[in-house]
Design a binder for this molecule. Structure first.
Ligand code: GLN
Length: 494
């Protein structure tokens, strides 16, 4: 697909380098946008197209690029992302650009405002290139629950890109944007980043405002960057982080100086290896790639020490009570009146109208989550399920607090396997199980990162997961940069 495209169009550069070149006058924002539009169009003509984008805002992107180029010609500084074309997961509300959460129920919705993270990217000079596919309402682990169909993995088009931010991961991995935003409720930035060989950072819960992120599970959801380099995720996180009056859970902490932390190296770093994350069930080729990353960290002067997070085995069950419970509440707003397309032509009663709107508008996985969550919250069951899950959540968070008394960062695989074949998940529970190594991070509200560290024998990317103390994204990018340098991975799929 990209083989025919000229290589000098700048589309494979990092976002940071694109901004540097645009500001220096070495490249125009307009040329970058046109380069991506040509690559996206070429992919669309491919019978095995990736399908990463749901909507490309070609006119908006060109106009914005011209405005940035004009500002630079005047001697103005458009900001640290000057001219960088970005892709946004379609759960991010974007003014004037269709936003659907990959759901039929939101088809045709054009939001009247930008979410905070999107507004901050734009204010930093970024150009919104388009909206990327994801699992419907971010529920899933393979991007196979999008109403518009699956996305393919650029490294092997018979395989999934991971999910739920699969479109953003595929777009970054295939050189179809400068960088992207995703959201991570239970792994949806880290796991697709791992499957597609890109860097993904899920910030501390509250680090980035959720205003304008279509809610899935509000106590877990977090927006974060996906990019081709560690420097880029550091840069994007600095830009989107910060307190916001529109989100009461956003944290009023000083902006993280992540780029300043990048080159801190690993000397003296204590890296904890949670034994529960290395237990049976991790594919040996994934484990081998992770081991190589740990060797890189040790060679750079880090010390790896075994730690235990004993409540890890309850994370999957707790998450799949809490997340659907919150989803069932959040998604009640799509009733065909206040939000969501009205379905059906026979509307004998109000109930009938609800039934058609929600019945036609939601896909099977979303309905399953709403039913699971509604069940867990029923009076009489609340204590047995939701309350119990919240108690487990507290124990999981305590495990991490104790581990971080002794270590600076935790390292583990992101997922038990590399990307699986399209359609391979026979049962929903199998897909839920694939999240087993990413969920605890969200339950505890910690920052987590995936950095490419190698490949399976079959050429599928594998990521190393790093988990940090609350608000300590700096140590994550510092360690990730060491792995990035040491692994020296060629990031371009054939
Ligand atoms: N796969 C998990 C789920 O389906 C996580 C999704 C996410 O992080 N948005 O809930």
């Amino acid at each position: 697909m990209t083989a025919a495209a000229p290589d000098d169009d700048g589309c494979w550069l990092s976002a940071a380098e694109q901004a540097r070149q645009v500001k220096a006058g070495a490249r125009t924002a307009r040329a970058l946008v046109d380069g991506y539009l040509a690559r996206i169009a070429a992919d669309d003509r491919d019978p095995r197209r990736l399908g990463a984008y749901l909507h490309v805002d070609a006119d908006g992107a060109r106009a914005r690029a011209d405005a940035i180029d004009a500002a630079i010609a005047r001697g103005d500084d458009p900001g640290p992302l000057a001219g960088v074309p970005v892709a946004l997961k379609d759960v991010l509300v974007t003014e004037g650009v269709p936003t659907t959460a990959s759901s039929k129920i939101l088809a045709g919705w054009v939001p009247p405002y930008d979410g905070t993270a999107v507004a901050r990217l734009r204010a930093a000079g970024a150009i919104v290139l388009g909206k990327t596919s994801c699992d419907e309402f971010a529920m899933g682990s393979a991007n196979e629950h999008a109403a518009t169909g699956p996305v393919r993995n650029p490294w092997d088009r018979d395989r999934v890109p991971g999910g739920s931010s699969g479109g953003s991961a595929a777009a970054v991995a295939a050189g179809l944007c400068g960088a992207a935003l995703g959201t991570d409720t239970g792994g949806s930035i880290r796991q697709p980043a791992s499957f597609c060989g890109v860097v993904g950072l899920k910030p501390t819960y509250g680090r980035v405002s959720r205003y304008g992120a279509i809610a899935y599970a509000s106590s877990l959801d977090q927006i974060g960057p996906m990019a081709r380099t560690v420097e880029d995720v550091a840069l994007l996180t600095e830009i989107i982080a910060g307190v916001d009056p529109h989100d009461a859970t956003s944290i009023d902490a000083p902006a993280p100086a992540l780029r300043a932390a990048l080159d801190g190296g690993a000397r003296g770093l204590r890296v904890g290896l949670p034994e529960e994350y290395f237990a049976a069930g991790v594919d040996p080729e994934v484990a081998a790639a992770v081991e190589r990353a740990l060797a890189i960290l040790r060679d750079a002067g880090a010390e790896t020490v075994p730690v235990s997070l004993p409540h890890t085995r309850y994370a999957l069950a707790a998450y799949y009570v809490i997340a659907p419970a919150e989803a069932s509440s959040n998604l009640s707003r799509y009733d065909g009146v206040r939000f969501g397309r009205r379905g059906g032509d026979r509307q004998a009663s109000l109930l009938d109208m609800y039934r058609h709107s929600r019945g036609d508008g939601f896909g099977a996985e979303v309905k399953r989550r709403i039913m699971l969550g509604t069940f867990a919250l029923r009076s009489g069951y609340y204590d047995a399920y939701y309350k119990k899950a919240q108690q487990v959540r507290a124990l999981i968070a305590r495990d991490f607090t104790r581990a971080f008394d002794d270590v600076d960062v935790l390292a583990a695989p992101v997922a038990p396997t590399a990307a699986w074949r399209l359609g391979a998940m026979a049962h929903p529970i199998d897909e839920y199980r694939a999240d087993v190594l990413t969920l605890a991070c969200n339950l505890a509200g910690l920052p987590g990162l995936s950095v490419p560290c190698g490949f399976t024998g079959g050429g599928l990317p594998v990521g190393l997961q790093l988990l940090g103390r609350p608000l300590d994204e700096a140590t994550l990018v510092r360690a990730a940069r060491v792995v990035e340098r040491g692994a020296a991975i060629d990031r371009r799929p054939a």
